[in-house]
Structure formats: C-alpha cells, structure tokens
Write a protein that binds this ligand. Structure first.
Ligand code: ASP
Length: 317
C-alpha cells in the first residue's frame, strides 16, 4: 500500500459518517477503491476475518430492509458481530428513553453504531454523545450518506466514469433523502443534473443552492419526456408516503412517473436505470429483465461500500 493510501486510512479511523458534505473527491475515489477490494474478497472467498471481535450496534427507529441487512451482512462477512435493534417498540425507547441515553448504552457494548432515525440531525446529535463512530443510515428527510456512496459507486462501476454524465433524479425530490445526498455528491463531479418532479415535490432550495456553489448545471422539469432520451442515468424514487399529512395529496401524486418497457424504449441504449428501493409502482416489473435496469446490482454495491466503510472507521485494513 502506498503512503497516500496509508494517510487516507488514518484519516478515516474513528470517524463519524453523518453527511456527504464531509467528503471531497479524493475521499470518494478512496472509498470506491476499498469497496472494489471488498467486492473481490466477497466474490473470491465470501468472508474475511478483518473485523473479528468487533461489534456493530444497528439501531433503526424507521423501517429498513436493505440498509439494515446490508450493514449486518457487511459486518458478518468481515468476521464481526451485530446487535440488531430494529424493533425499537420492544426496546427501552418505548419506555421513553432519550436518544443520547440509548446511544450511551449501545456504545458501552459495541465499537460502531449505525443509526436510522426520523429526525433530521439525529445522527449528528448521537455523535455528540458517542466517542465511537456513528454512521448515519438516514435521518428523516435529511441525508442518507451511505446510500449516496453506493449510488455513486454504481454509476462509476456501471458506466466507467462519473464526469461528463447527464443524470436525472426523478420523483419525490422534496422528501427523498437519498436524492438530497446524491445531488450533493454528484456536484463534486463534472455532471449535468436534471430534477424531474411534480411542483409540490421539488428539490429543496437549500440543496439547489449548495449544488449551485460548485457551478454544476441544474435543470428542473415536470415532464420526464423533456430529458428521457438524453440522460445517461435515470434515478427514480418513491413518493415518501410516511412524510405526508394529507393522504389525498399523496394519492394524487403517487404514480406521477411510472417507468415501463415503453419508457425504456425511448431511453439511450447505454443508460442505466437506478432506484434506491423499495419501489412501489414507479418501475414496472417488466423492466427488470432490461440489462439497463441496474437497481438490483445497485443494492449489491451497497454491501461492498458498507464493508469498506465499516473497515475504515474501525481502522482495520
Ligand atoms: N430506502 C431509501 C431510504 O431509506 C429510499 C426510500 O425509502 O424510498 O431513504
């Protein structure tokens, strides 16, 4: 390993992963490189005892399938063990225990905590009370940094580069935390961003302003047709039902964009279709067999990226 990589690794040890704002391009290239090594390990031998004896506390206050199970699989494939707390209704949280106290408790038993919570800033708050690394696995409508890292990895691995691409983020851009993190990360590259959403679900101004500072071109559309034939990446999201007070409004908006084989017929032959999942009707199942449908492969990249992140913050190589 060269000295630059040694230096990078030292920087990651003990670090919290709270927001994509903490990364520069060099960090991203480094994480993607470690994720590539993890992929090789998994594909060649399946597991590696790198984190043997280390314990991950996986604390989920909101539903999750992929994020929670991929962090568990990542820890286990690296020889570590997991305290899974995904049914907070059966933990002391239901007795009214505060987040800081729950974090202090889990910190006493583990080496790293992965936290998903409905409030923006919850991971940052947890990090104040913990001396071990906290990894933000989604803080309400705020951020989902590890998802953005795996999304970026997917784009880079599937298309061979990120610079020069036209990328459309489609659907619920207001409440979708994955697109908030991904737009910020992509703005570190030389890309063109297209935001496709109903007017009531537009990308928050705060994100647009941050991205604008990097000089990244951003365009807003209501109609997918405006960009469908041009883009290299179509990143579709679900309307975030759980963030709506008005269910009638949700019902009206849900189903605004549905990707079907007919949609795909008009898209570029070399594009990829992504989705953070779960999908609830935004991509018809008939599209799954299309080689451009990358959403299941995307999920798999999540395992390698999370293996990379756990090994880095735990300071093991
Ligand atoms: N699984 C992603 C998230 O937790 C996307 C979604 O739920 O729509 O943000």
């Amino acid at each position: 390993m060269n000295q630059r990589n040694e230096g990078q690794r030292a920087l990651w040890r003990g670090k919290d992963i709270l927001s994509v704002k903490q990364f520069d391009r060099q960090d991203l290239e480094f994480v993607m490189g470690v994720a590539r090594q993890m992929r090789e390990v998994v594909e060649r031998v399946g597991t590696w005892e790198l984190l043997r004896g280390r314990v991950l506390a996986n604390l989920f206050y909101e539903p999750s399938t992929r994020t929670s199970s991929s962090f568990m699989a990542a820890m286990q494939r690296l020889g570590g063990t997991v305290i899974p707390i995904s049914s907070v209704q059966y933990s002391s949280v239901s007795k009214g225990e505060s987040l800081p106290d729950t974090i202090r408790t889990l910190e006493a038993y583990s080496d790293v905590i992965v936290l998903r919570h409905p409030e923006v800033g919850a991971a940052a708050l947890a990090a104040k009370y913990a001396s071990n690394p906290i990894i933000n696995a989604g803080d309400g409508v705020g951020e989902h940094p590890t998802q953005a890292l795996l999304d970026l990895t997917t784009i880079s691995e599937e298309l061979g580069q990120v610079d020069g691409l036209k990328i459309a983020l489609v659907g619920d851009l207001k409440y979708g935390r994955t697109v908030h993190s991904l737009a910020r990360l992509l703005s570190l590259y030389n890309v063109e961003l297209h935001y496709v959403s109903p007017t009531s679900l537009k990308m928050p101004q705060s994100v647009v302003e941050e991205v604008a500072k990097t000089g990244t071109p951003q365009h807003e559309h209501e109609d997918l047709e405006a960009v469908l034939e041009q883009v290299n990446v179509l990143y579709v999201t679900r309307v975030q039902k759980e963030r709506f007070d008005d269910m009638a409004l949700y019902e009206r908006i849900q189903g605004s964009y549905v990707i079907t084989p007919q949609t795909m017929a008009r898209a570029r032959q070399d594009m990829i279709l992504m989705h953070p999942l779960p999908r609830v009707g935004e991509i018809s199942m008939e599209v799954d067999a299309d080689p451009r449908a990358a959403y299941f492969r995307q999920m798999r990249y999540g395992l390698f990226v999370r293996m990379a992140l756990l090994s880095l913050v735990l300071g093991r190589q």
